[in-house]
Ligand binder design. Structure first.
Ligand code: SAH
Length: 251
């Protein structure tokens, strides 16, 4: 069996119990070494075979999986955060399916929720926004034109922007055009949940300069929206006068 496992954002305690158990039992671990904490390997068996996929091609990863599978070994493919977001797992799963190799996917704590936790905010507030947009700007990987940042920002929803901090000037420019205000709150969270985590909270007006002066050019979430700063209505769910399935409201 091959298990695609979400390692979480960094802190090794932010993996699921299932993910940890699979690591403990694994004969082979192929980990995305650029972002997954090596500390996860400390929980593996002493004779575990570890492969850092950072220097491998898709074909090489599949070869390791195929050989291990043929020998009935337990294989963990460890991806950063949650594997279903920018994990490049689809191409691996499609090949495994073709080869009739069994696999499962175990979710993880994504870096966008870890970043939300780091700044102690909630992405969804009743009268502010009920929507979170997860996106990135184009790099060497293209982004469909219908999803350009200006268009997405026009919704004024909460946004978590992955893989983009190296191009903070473009991000800010497009967000100002979309949100229509330089005063829109922004938080940049570098290495959420790691020991060297950094948090910068500001507005679209000052964030680019501050990010650059901190030397942040990778491994950061750019969170945007009025959920970060500003007024909001309290929830109906915990309002004393509101009746719902589990509680009678005060008349
Ligand atoms: N599957 C991952 C995302 C992989 S793409 C997830 O669910 O989080 C890699 C991008 O994720 C990075 O460029 C960065 O934007 C973000 N990222 C990953 N780990 C991070 C962390 N600990 N703190 C902030 N951003 C992180």
């Amino acid at each position: 069996m091959i298990s695609f496992v979400g390692a979480g954002p960094g802190d090794v305690e932010l993996i699921t119990l299932k993910g940890r158990r699979l690591l403990e039992e694994a004969d082979i671990v192929i980990y995305a070494g650029s972002l997954v904490s090596k500390e996860h390997l400390d929980f593996c068996k002493e004779d575990v075979e570890g492969y850092n996929s950072a220097g491998m091609t898709l074909e090489e990863v599949i070869e390791v999986m195929e050989e291990g599978y043929a020998q009935d070994k337990k294989i963990v493919r460890l991806h950063t955060g949650d594997p279903t977001i920018y994990g490049a797992i689809r191409e691996q799963m499609d090949i495994l399916e073709e080869k009739e190799i069994d696999f499962e996917v175990v979710p993880g704590v994504s870096s966008f929720t870890a970043a939300g936790a780091a700044i102690k905010r909630e992405f969804t507030l009743p009268d502010v926004t009920q929507t979170i947009i997860l996106t990135r700007i184009k790099g060497r990987t293209p982004v469909p034109e219908k999803e350009n940042l200006v268009k997405l920002a026009k919704h004024k929803a909460s946004m978590a922007i992955f893989l983009s901090v190296q191009d903070i000037d473009t991000v800010v420019e497009e967000l100002i055009e979309g949100y229509g205000s330089e005063d829109t709150p922004v938080a940049v969270v570098y290495k959420a949940s790691w020991e060297d985590e950094k948090i910068i909270i500001g507005t679209l007006k000052d964030i680019a300069e501050r990010v650059k002066s901190e030397g942040i050019n990778k491994t950061a979430q750019i969170l945007v929206g009025n959920f970060i700063q500003g007024a909001y209505e309290r929830s109906k769910l915990y309002d004393p006068t509101f009746t719902h399935e589990y509680r009678d409201g005060i008349k």
